[in-house]
Design a protein around this ligand. Sequence first.
Ligand SMILES: [Zn+2]
Ligand SMILES: [Zn+2]
Ligand SMILES: [Zn+2]
Length: 424
Amino acid sequence: MPETEDPFFGGKAPPFAPGDAPPFTPPNPNAPAGDKGQAPPFAPGHAPPFHIEPLPPGIKMDMLPTQPDDNKPFNPSAPMGPIPGYPSIGFNDTPLNPPPRSDNIDQYFPKNRPDIKGPAIITQDQARRALVEHCNTHCCWSASAAQEMSVSNMLSSNAFQYCLETFCEKRSTAWAKVPYTGQSVDGPHNGPAPMPWDIPATYGAKFSTEKRLIEVPHTACVKPCEYCQACGWLRCNRCQGHGMSMCTSCHGSGRSFGASQQQQMCMFCQGQGRRRCTTCGGHGRIKCHMCQGYRSLKWFIQLTIDWINHTQDYILERTDLPDELIRDVRGHIAFQEENVQVFPINHCPEPSINQASNSIIAKHRTAFPNERLIGQRHTVRVIPVTEADGHWKDKKFRFFVYGLENRAYSDDYPQQCCCGCSIL
Ligand SMILES: [Zn+2]
Ligand SMILES: [Zn+2]
Ligand SMILES: [Zn+2]
């Protein structure tokens, strides 16, 4: 609708560019003559206009571009010409292949390896104590059966967990931007940009995951913000810059129906049919969120470094205890070895652990082609598991005590649901 036909302005051109002046104050029809415009125009629950900064010098309201569609990606032009070493730099992170390795992996072959140490045996008393403690930590398990039970068929065994950790570094680059507020700009005039894998950075802790963002030196420049066409502001989409939008209460009619079905003036818009736009507070414009109103952006190549600890394990557990429970308890570290690269073990008394070591190491050798290998560590843990039958009254049940902390597990313990709930 052309502005001159705008019913809001009564067919007259507004005395100021929409939104460029103090927010519009609809006349109060109930106000006595001479008081027009002074009565608070805000409908109940409607916020008063907030203070807004003036437009930058030389920028007029009608110059403001409309808000770009947030669902469409912002595709600015390339901040600068090609930068040596960064040929395919884009606006999305592109992973970089690590430089080829020059080391000979045979040098990491272990000269001698420690033995894999044996198990721990648990006594009947320890098993009972573990079960009593376990019952005390479950609200629904009564400890009396555990205290009074007799124990038979106690059988101790060892569970084994083999775990390989492969610690790698991944690098990727992309153009990044921040509002230009006058900060220093390290551009190509300071020298050539270092190659992405030559930028020094060290992880905080080995075998743990970490992310770091680094501005690549000598790649920065300042450009006008293309999002707002360097205005610093955008025309409000909701009200098209008028500062007012249709009243959702009366759907623009300005009238509503009272209790007696009598037509009356809509109280929410004072009969105007339109209300102050809640998106822009009635100003018709919102600050550009790309440049935060600074009108310029500092662009630079951002290097993203991810240190990743890839882990894979294999559990050998021969009883009916759910295998995954082994992962969360303490055990003896029977063997541990760390190097740039590790080699499969072949001296574990359990052949399936040796086989698992072989296949997991082989898999990790080629699993992360886009990452630089920093180090590997493999561990064999031995976790004691004791299985026993408990007898209480005329009931018989099986239970397990496992881990160095003697955790207990039973899925047919007789006093699980004393309080009637079914959640353990
Ligand atoms: Zn608006
Ligand atoms: Zn209304
Ligand atoms: Zn902007």
